[in-house]
Design a protein around this ligand. Structure first.
Ligand code: ATP
Length: 231
């Protein structure tokens, strides 16, 4: 059904003690689109992702996935999530991690294809613990995409990567988009949102300040002032 968004927040709020991490956020993701959630540290991006992916529940308002409750594990199985960190076993080889995760899905991507997309073909036999931080992030990415999810969430995937690695990763996300995958990514970088997104949701202090195409957002004077601070 094209009228139901793949994922949505409606007036969603989340507090941690006295701190309001998210204050009445509306957000929608539709089939096949790439949405960038752009903002500085503490803007609420990871919290918004946490609600959409069912890792946490809202204090007020609603989160939905495929029109259902993201906190339901059966609903969550339909998405891919690349977190900023994931607890994997140091002694288990890269290919074994990917093979195990792939086995949970009804129509997984062939192992070699997943490894190639994630840039892990040469590292397949290495134990996870022997990889660099950047390489471990590739494994987390591989686990997020191995099930061919129609909707993929990636949380600040290119932080700390050099320009070349960042560009290479963008190319992979474009390939997934071209396959029809809807993607939600959080980022600090306007350049990244511009390179990938159909729509940008600009956040600050737990609120949505603006929502527009990358070009539209750049054209807004007010947006520009805020963007200057998101670096
Ligand atoms: P970053 O770019 O640093 O990941 P962000 O935009 O993703 O920032 P969030 O991680 O969503 O922001 O955090 C929003 C606010 O909520 C921040 O002030 C953060 O310190 C606070 N916060 C997030 N998670 C928790 C938690 N589990 N307990 C307490 N405070 C939290």
């Amino acid at each position: 059904n094209r009228d139901i968004p793949l994922a949505a927040l409606r007036g969603a709020s989340k507090r941690y003690g006295a701190l309001t991490a998210l204050a009445g956020v509306d957000l929608e993701v539709r089939a096949g689109e790439v949405v960038a959630v752009l903002g500085a540290n503490g803007a609420g991006k990871t919290t918004a992702l946490g609600l959409l992916t069912g890792r946490i529940g809202p204090d007020a308002g609603q989160a939905s996935l495929f029109g259902a409750d993201p906190r339901d594990p059966a609903v969550r199985r339909g998405i891919g999530v690349m977190l900023q960190s994931a607890g994997l076993h140091d002694t288990v080889r890269v290919a074994e991690h990917v093979r195990l995760f792939s086995s949970y899905y009804p129509a997984p991507r062939p192992l070699d294809e997943t490894l190639a997309l994630a840039g892990l073909s040469e590292l397949a036999r290495r134990p996870y613990g022997a990889l660099s931080g950047g390489q471990q992030r590739r494994v987390q990415f591989a686990l997020a995409i191995c099930g061919r999810p129609p909707l993929l969430f990636v949380d600040e995937p290119t932080v700390g990567l050099d320009v070349e690695a960042r560009r290479a990763f963008w190319q992979v996300l474009r390939q997934l988009r071209d396959e029809g995958t809807a993607i939600v990514l959080t980022t600090h970088y306007l350049e990244e949102a511009d390179a990938l997104a159909d729509r940008v949701v600009l956040m600050a202090s737990g609120r949505v300040l603006a929502e527009d195409t990358p070009a539209g957002l750049k054209a807004r004077a007010a947006g520009r002032r805020v963007l200057a601070r998101t670096g």
